[in-house]
Design a protein around this ligand. Structure first.
Ligand code: NAG
Ligand code: NAG
Length: 281
């Protein structure tokens, strides 16, 4: 019996002790699933791996620094805008994006509201993009060295692009949960395999025009995951999630009353780690 228990524990023992020098942010996963061991999509953190796996440049020949609105080389797979991966000049992961066409239909809420256009949903060539970077956006087109990548893993921090200038308008998110308590981010609920959720300036009587479409997740006091929450139902992606309205109270506190009339939402949980098993909040 003891042997069996030990065998089952081997992957966790290795994770926790033997490779203690590996960075905290040791993976990149998206799409929450009720089973912590499957269902999540593992994403390539190096461009070479991505290309071998069928990811293609979103804008051919664009280069790292060739775009005014975003930094890095953006890759997409099977034309699915639910996940766009951003690589730095050296080919290491530097960020992630979601996109949807401004003409997307059906869109009964006419999402996004004016208040969210360009901050944070940047309109570019008929597509709205929501963008996060894992390294300071000003360094992306210099790129990380292999040593830096091995040391810092998926990234050095989290920057949410909240304007059309990726360098000047990106907000740095505190890595320590203790540093977020004095901000306008408000503590939501804890959900096992996700984390302690934080949402921006949530009130029960707010309008959904003010609902910032990004949430953060902390575990053991540290930021290790985050996600998107859009006020429309995007059905064209294999990555995206559609939580039932009855579940909102498991992530949000309070649940804004306006969400009752928003219909089905689109979310995506994004993890900078290779396992969600330890996400106990
Ligand atoms: C994003 O920018 C808008 C417009 O400047 C601002 O009102 C909002 O508070 C910003 N959001 C965050 C999370 O800082
Ligand atoms: C929302 O509620 C707060 C207090 O709970 C109140 O101060 C504020 O005026 C209310 N806002 C609206 C738009 O009703």
């Amino acid at each position: 019996m003891l042997k069996i228990v030990l065998l089952l524990l081997i992957p966790f023992i290795c994770d926790g002790f033997l490779f203690h020098n590996s960075p905290e942010w040791n993976g990149l996963k998206v799409s929450w699933s009720p089973n912590p061991f499957s269902g999540f999509h593992d994403l390539p953190r190096q461009r070479l791996e991505a290309v071998n796996d069928g990811w293609e440049l979103l804008v051919p020949n664009s280069g790292c620094d060739g775009h005014a609105n975003f930094k890095g080389e953006r890759y997409i797979k099977n034309h699915d805008y639910g996940v766009i991966l951003i690589y730095d000049a050296s080919g290491y992961i530097a960020g992630i994006q979601i996109g949807f066409p401004s003409s997307y239909s059906p869109n009964p809420n006419r999402y996004p509201p004016e208040t969210l256009v360009n901050s944070p949903l940047v309109l570019d060539n008929g597509v709205y993009y929501l963008t996060a970077y894992f390294v300071h956006p000003g360094t992306i087109c210099t790129g990380r060295s292999q040593d830096e990548f091995e040391e810092t893993g998926t990234g050095e921090g989290l920057w949410i692009q909240n304007g059309t200038n990726p360098v000047l308008d990106s907000i740095s998110i505190p890595k320590q949960e203790s540093d977020i308590v004095n901000t306008r981010w408000t503590r939501g609920k804890c959900f096992y395999t996700m984390g302690m959720h934080y949402w921006y300036n949530i009130r029960s009587n707010m309008t959904c025009d003010e609902f910032f479409p990004v949430f953060l997740m902390y575990n053991d006091g540290l930021l290790n995951s985050f996600g998107w929450a859009l006020g429309m139902n995007i059905e064209t992606s294999e990555f995206l999630e559609h939580p039932p309205p009855t579940s909102y109270g498991r992530f949000l506190k309070p649940v804004p009353r306006c969400l009752k009339s928003q219909g089905i939402l689109t979310t995506l949980h994004i993890y900078m780690t290779d396992s969600v098993f330890w996400n106990h909040c």
